[in-house]
Write a protein that binds this ligand. Structure first.
Ligand code: SF4
Length: 360
């Protein structure tokens, strides 16, 4: 496997109050599913996304009505707003004027040089970046003609083509995505991009599927990239409520120790030794820790046979016993608690540890 560490070596790009790239943490993104011109519905959805842990949100801007809604949406949300435009430079100008914190547009697709210059100058004046979104499913015709079908080399060529247009105008606040629905293609394209340039990369497996299958597919593809040190922002694209996208993003980042603002649950798979209703307890504890903003690890185990030792990395945990629960910390049992209050006792301990962590 190639040793690539791109994330921490990228340029830094400001998006609203966030800095993307360099030593900064990976940022969780999602995209609204509402009609952007419906300000009430869009703002309500963005607030739900914010609450779930979304750190930057993208809205589609397919027409004037959507572009005209940007100032009001921007005023009513707390996270940076990315506006997604295809082909129409006038909509891009309107979105920038309206307060977009970043626009997603491919400069090679907006026609004459004056159009590109107008957008770049407006972005420069407002100090906002441009995301180039390469997508295997919509590569430029000349690239498809050259390669015959979407390839990673073709995707890289497309990215470099758009980058060059911006660089020629002395514009460097660039973020790039290299999305494909085929995970092998996406991985190869992102790896090539990581070797070719130092602009931050936004990760995604496009059209990955429903909540269940799409989460697995996205985690499989993006997991490889995260392991290689690639990616500065990410979105899980699912055919479901976008709040689920955010939850999956967080779980994925936690799996790699890349989320410093979320608690992790460790729970055993259960077996014939089980002495408590573990599935119910695990779900309850998972729900309880979902709002904790420090990286503590909480374990819930069905019995005390091997559990506490195996879950040694947990900050706090509980193992089922005969009519009782065993509270343990870093693999050592600290006390026994009656079964009927063990979850409540665990929650008290979780709060204490989270507090200790926050005060560190
Ligand atoms: Fe089985 Fe106990 Fe291990 Fe859970 S912790 S899988 S119940 S041995």
């Amino acid at each position: 496997m190639p040793e690539i560490t791109h994330r921490t070596r990228t340029r830094k790009v400001k998006v609203g109050n966030l800095t993307i790239g360099g030593s900064n943490e990976l940022i969780i993104q999602s995209m609204t599913t509402t009609k952007t011109h419906d300000v009430e519905a869009t703002v309500a959805e963005i607030h739900r996304l914010e609450e779930a842990g979304c750190q930057m949100v993208r809205v589609a801007c397919p027409d004037n009505r959507a572009a005209e809604a940007i100032p009001e949406i921007k005023k009513r949300i707390n996270i940076p707003l990315v506006v997604d435009i295809h082909f129409n430079y006038k909509l891009a100008l309107k979105a920038i004027e309206g307060g977009a914190d970043k626009i997603r547009i491919n400069p090679g697709n907006i026609g004459k040089r004056e159009n590109v210059e107008a957008v770049v100058n407006a972005a420069k004046a407002k100090g906002i970046p441009i995301r180039i979104g390469v997508n295997a499913g919509s590569l430029e015709k000349h690239i498809l003609d050259k390669y015959g079908y979407p390839t990673a080399d073709g995707m890289l060529e497309s990215a470099l083509h758009h980058i060059k247009i911006l660089e020629d105008l002395d514009f460097h606040d660039i973020i790039v995505s290299m999305k494909a629905s085929d995970i092998n293609l996406a991985i190869e394209a992102y790896e090539k991009a990581a070797r070719a340039f130092d602009y931050p990369l936004h990760l995604g497996i496009t059209e990955s599927g429903t909540k269940f299958s799409g989460s697995i597919k996205s985690a499989a593809g993006l997991g490889v990239l995260l392991h290689e040190g690639i990616g500065n922002t990410l979105r899980i694209s699912l055919s479901t409520d976008p709040v689920d996208e955010v939850k999956v993003c967080r779980e994925l980042l936690k799996s790699f120790g890349l989320a410093s603002n979320a608690a992790t649950l460790i729970s055993c798979p259960t077996c014939g030794r089980i002495q408590i209703n573990l599935i119910k307890i695990a779900n309850e504890v998972e729900e309880y820790i979902s709002t904790i903003k420090v990286p503590i690890k909480v374990a819930v185990l069905g019995c005390a046979v091997n559990g506490p030792g195996e879950a040694r990395e947990a900050d706090i945990g509980i193992a089922g016993g005969n009519g009782e629960g065993l509270l343990f910390r870093h693999g050592e049992i600290i006390r026994k608690v009656p079964e009927d209050v063990m979850v409540e006792e665990l929650k008290v301990e979780i709060d204490k540890i989270a507090q200790e962590y926050a005060e560190k």
